[in-house]
Design a protein around this ligand. Structure first.
Ligand code: CUA
Length: 341
């Protein structure tokens, strides 16, 4: 059931088969990695063809024929020219592969920068958690941001001559995770007690999928990533909405009170209310997200209600327990959450 939901979400993309493909690069870094992979593939493919060709030729040419003597042919021991040739040739090939690999490593290496006014750079801290992603938006265009969201990263698209790089600082709150959006960047691990970095940049707007790429426990396979790359205007609009506190809605006051009376508030935050927990996804703009449970389920009322009722049936082992709410409270809480846009 879960996998079905996951594949349905993946299939939304216009090109589902290629959404997680390293052979469909959409950023300068992944283009470099792709070019290197193709070059290595061509060289090793050529070696394979030559070696296999010589082998097959010898097998055929020197096969046993009727009337051949049963004695061993003359044996050759030691040949300096051959020894030199088959040591030097591979050494040169490996040296060449090392040089091109080092060049690519240098190209894709992250060169951290400091926030500056009007430098178009977006800074986000990514925290890997069992089993979801926390995004703390820090700076954009040198402007201080201070909101937190989960699982769905929004970034601005680059234009010709106007790069809008996104610098991610990667940290972990528990175990090792690995951040991998195959079309946008190579994978980088999130390691407890350490900060790694990664830059995303692309001039193709759209939705990009990713996946935690380091085994991190039971739900590792369901720790999905979505990156929405949008125009600077759409991105600004999204930023503005994320920055404001939750909007009050008198119609769902009962749900808000029920939420605040439960232990939901120990882990979740809803800015503008007494809920200030930091262990679980910030719910201030929950309904601005398209998915739930780290991109596992579509964010619909039905799925939200299922999640609130019994998260363990959807993601066994996740940190959120079923609270055994009475139906009236559960309905009211879901109604309230549905207003957090
Ligand atoms: Cu997080 Cu695997």
């Amino acid at each position: 059931m879960l996998s079905l939901g996951r594949w349905m979400l993946l299939a939304e993309g216009s090109n589902p088969g290629q959404n997680l493909s390293i052979f469909d690069p959409a950023s300068p870094a992944t283009q470099s990695i792709f070019d290197l992979a193709m070059l290595v593939f061509a060289i090793t493919g050529l070696i394979y063809v030559v070696v296999t060709g010589v082998l097959l030729y010898c097998v055929w040419k020197f096969r046993e024929r009727p009337g051949d003597s049963k004695q061993e042919p003359p044996q050759v021991y030691g040949s300096q020219p051959i020894e030199v040739a088959w040591t030097a040739a591979p050494a040169l090939i490996v040296f060449f592969l090392m040089l091109v690999t080092m060049r690519t490593l240098w190209e894709v290496k992250d060169h951290p920068t400091e926030p500056q006014a009007n430098d178009n750079t977006l800074y986000v801290t990514v925290i890997g958690r069992q089993w979801w992603w926390e995004y703390q938006y820090e700076y954009y265009n040198g402007r201080k941001l201070s909101f937190t969201t989960a699982n769905e990263l929004h970034i601005p698209v680059s234009a010709a001559g106007i790069p809008r790089p996104v610098r991610l600082s990667l940290k972990s709150a528990d175990v090792c995770h690995s951040y991998w959006v195959p079309r946008l960047a190579g994978k980088v691990d999130l390691i407890p007690g350490r900060t790694n970095s990664l830059t995303l940049q692309t001039s193709e707007p759209g939705l990009y999928y990713g996946q935690c790429a380091e085994y991190c426990g039971t739900q590792h396979a369901h720790m999905l990533i979505r990156v929405t790359v949008e125009s600077p205007e759409e991105f600004e609009h999204w930023l503005e909405n994320q920055a404001i506190p939750a909007v009050e809605d008198a119609q769902v006051q009962a749900g808000k009170e029920a939420f605040l009376a439960q232990s939901c508030v120990k882990c979740h935050a809803i800015r503008g209310t007494a809920a200030v927990g930091t262990f679980a996804p910030d719910l201030t703009h929950l309904m601005s997200r398209e998915t739930l449970a780290s991109c596992e389920l579509k964010n619909t009322r039905e799925n939200l209600a299922r999640w609130v009722r019994d998260p363990q049936s959807i993601k066994p082992g996740c940190l959120m327990p079923a609270f055994g709410l009475i139906d009236r409270d559960e309905e009211a809480i879901v109604d309230y959450l549905m207003t957090l846009r």
